[in-house]
Design a protein around this ligand. Structure first.
Ligand code: FBP
Ligand code: AFP
Length: 333
């Protein structure tokens, strides 16, 4: 098999679709390089003193793991000096991080969840990094949070790295979805899956079932119909998977089909769901749509939601198109 590196892919993609200008290519390569460094730390585990808690809390009041903090630092440092960015924002930082004055200011803005699935770190289960790229507004001089408030449909690139048995990078720049595997010996990303498409036929769903008693009626109905199996309204048996890392669950669904759900529930109307719109739901929705799937908050397309704040939460239903359409229609009835 001819090996195509990430760099070669990006250069050829630019020639073909004219959608990856040089500074965006640099941005993607820098993020991919940072993910390589994170992957290296993840692989060291206890040998690298990266396990356990950092004794600090992030903006959501969650205890930060050492690896959350390390990954955030790796992404910030890697992306500060290249001249491709105007500002960054992260799950782990309360406010945006403008590029320091000593570096030139670029035309893009980067958002990330540096380490998704933190509870999996210490138990050696798949985790990931999610990122989203927006264009800075025309004429912007000093970036503010308001400049980030763009619908997901405006993303120019999005991706995730999954640190599992293999380290993989899944990327879209709006012309399909491609997957690269990290060649650990060579230290390079190699294109291993071209133009990924979410299988439409599916018998799998992913949801945290322990929250069932809190769900709203449309989610109760949708899941109970699946649980009813062959003799129920769906006429087939379904299987359930929950990895506790959105990256790993979405990666599974991208490859095998299925639906991932993190619904809003009855507990706290001020917290619609758990996942964050800007750096979790939006990039995953962009990837999933580009792979032929769908992503909604139960009522509308995630990519059309106008953001109001950086750390906004949103209910998420994404994966195989017909499944997402079904659960969305139950909400609309
Ligand atoms: P595989 O050999 O197909 O990987 O099966 C794995 C397994 O035997 C256990 O490791 C796992 O706990 C169980 O199947 C999962 O079963 P289920 O499909 O019922 O969730
Ligand atoms: P953390 O990165 O803070 O651990 O959160 C991961 C996550 O937001 C998402 O990746 C998972 O799908 C979800 O949480 C798991 O949530 P539960 O705790 O409800 O299983």
């Amino acid at each position: 098999m001819k090996r195509v590196s990430l760099t070669q892919y990006l250069v050829e993609e630019q020639r073909l679709h004219n959608n990856i200008p040089a500074s965006l290519r640099l941005l993607i390569e820098v993020v991919a390089r940072a993910c390589k460094t994170i992957s290296h730390s993840v692989g060291k585990g206890a040998l690298g003193d990266i396990l356990g808690s950092a004794d600090t809390e992030n903006i959501q009041g969650e205890v930060q793991k050492k690896l959350d903090v390390i990954s955030n630092e790796i992404l910030l440092e890697a992306n500060e000096w290249g001249g491709h960015l105007a500002a960054m924002a992260s799950e782990e930082m309360e406010s945006i991080h403008p590029i320091p004055n000593r570096y030139p200011m670029g035309e893009y803005m980067l958002l990330f969840d540096p380490l998704d699935g933190s509870s999996n770190i210490d138990v050696n289960v798949s985790i990931g990094t999610i990122f989203s790229v927006l264009k800075a507004p025309e004429g912007m001089t000093a970036p503010t949070e308001a400049d980030f408030m763009q619908e997901g449909a405006k993303q120019v690139a999005a991706g995730y790295a999954v640190y599992g048995p293999q380290t993989m990078l899944v990327l879209t720049t709006g012309a399909g979805v491609n997957c690269f595997t990290l060649d650990r010996e060579m230290g390079s990303w190699v294109l291993t899956q071209k133009n990924m498409q979410i299988p439409e036929e599916t018998k799998e769903f992913a949801i945290n079932m322990s929250n069932q008693r809190h769900w709203h009626p449309p989610v109760q109905r949708y899941v109970s119909e699946m649980l009813a199996g062959k003799t129920g309204p769906r006429g087939k048996d379904f299987n359930m998977r929950w990895i506790a890392s959105m990256v790993a669950d979405v990666h599974r669904i991208l490859n095998r089909g299925g639906i991932f759900m993190y619904p809003a529930d009855l507990r706290d109307p001020s917290q619609p769901g758990k996942l964050r719109l800007m750096y979790e739901a939006n990039p995953m929705a962009f990837i999933v749509e580009q792979a032929g799937g769908a992503a909604t908050d139960g009522r509308q397309r995630i990519l059309d939601i106008p953001p109001t704040k950086l750390h906004q939460r949103v209910p998420v239903f994404l994966g195989s198109r017909s499944e997402v359409e079904r659960v969305t229609s139950y909400h609309q009835e």
